[in-house]
Design a protein around this ligand. Structure first.
Ligand code: C2E
Ligand code: MG
Ligand code: MG
Ligand code: MG
Length: 295
């Protein structure tokens, strides 16, 4: 009976610990949701920019903008911990509004300095269901005197699937303005390129899952090659996400990918570091493409 009692006690302790763990992470989520609106006003968020390199031309004219949150008590919070949460809580719109404002303001400064970059902002399905989105973006572009070509938007397949008709209508309006549209994380959702063909988008971003080990995994290389070929024949440009190693670059060139975004070229950088990186890259980018990497 002692053993039975021990077992019962230990099980109860485990359940209690589990519940407490649940409770703590729930509490943390509630804190994040509560703090988010003020945090946006109080300078706790900032934007980082990750280059998207055209690997055949060896040029870089675009980047993805990614949000960062430095919380005064909880420290650094990665977007994976608050984006989905904000979507559920219904205040992702605040984040998107803030991002568009920040990114277009910064991009306007770059264009004034002669640096004509195209910056991509991530949208959630909530944004695409907001009928005012296109008008809001249009007025921001006017406010900052930027051409639509300065902006790109990224949407995941799963976001589109949630309400395809409404989303397609909104994407068509954005496309008509001249904004570059990309499908993000391609290959992880349910949709096929045949389905994507019906969408008014320009670019397919192949998910990091297929890229990160491409130099070792022959199946990944086949998938990326076939996806790129089909995407091209359907009229999409292709970006490979998440290249970390030099050894993967020849594979991606061989697959025919147009652009590459990944730690190999650069991690996401704060605005000043990004413009320095770009200057450096445009002056001398040979080291990224040396003979040993194009073996
Ligand atoms: P995403 O849009 O697919 O962005 C690419 C993510 O991959 C970024 O993570 C980037 O830092 C990471 N990444 C890029 N290259 C590499 C690499 O070589 N290795 C590895 N391990 N990772 C790489 P991040 O910034 O943590 O963002 C995660 C996700 O959070 C994004 O995925 C996007 O879905 C979402 N997100 C970030 N910022 C925003 C935003 O402003 N709005 C919305 N709605 N979502 C955002
Ligand atoms: Mg993205
Ligand atoms: Mg992605
Ligand atoms: Mg992602």
């Amino acid at each position: 009976t002692d053993i039975a009692l021990d077992h019962a006690l230990s099980t109860a302790t485990h359940i209690a610990m589990y519940l407490q763990g649940q409770d703590e992470s729930h509490q943390r989520d509630l804190t994040l949701i509560r703090d988010l609106p003020d945090a946006l006003q109080n300078g706790q968020f900032y934007v980082v920019y990750q280059p998207k390199v055209d690997i055949s031309k060896r040029q870089c004219h675009s980047a993805e903008a990614l949000i960062r949150w430095q919380h005064p008590q909880l420290g650094f919070i990665p977007p994976d911990q608050f984006i989905a949460l904000a979507e559920h809580a219904g205040n992702i719109g605040l984040i998107t509004e803030w991002m568009l404002q920040q990114v277009l303001c910064q991009t306007a400064l770059w264009w004034q300095q002669g640096m004509q970059v195209q910056i991509a902002v991530n949208l959630s399905v909530h944004d695409l269901l907001n009928p005012a989105l296109t008008d809001n973006i249009c007025s921001l572009l006017n406010q900052y005197q930027l051409p639509a070509a300065a902006l790109a938007l990224e949407v995941t397949e799963s976001a589109i699937m949630q309400d395809a008709d409404t989303v397609v209508r909104q994407l068509s309006q954005l496309r008509a303005l001249g904004i570059n549209l990309a499908i993000d994380d391609f290959g992880t959702g349910q949709s096929s390129l045949a389905y994507l063909k019906q969408l008014p988008v320009h670019e397919v971003k192949i998910d990091r899952a297929f890229i990160k080990d491409i130099e070792n995994n022959a199946n990944d290389a086949l998938i990326v090659a076939a996806t790129t070929q089909l995407a091209h024949s359907l009229g999409f440009s292709v970006t490979a996400e998440g290249l970390e190693n030099r050894a993967g670059l020849p594979k991606l060139l061989h697959c025919g990918c147009d652009k590459v975004q990944g730690y190999y070229f650069a991690k996401p950088l704060q605005a000043d570091n990004f413009s320095q990186w770009l200057l450096q890259f445009s002056t001398d980018n040979q080291s990224w493409f040396t003979a040993e990497s194009i073996a």
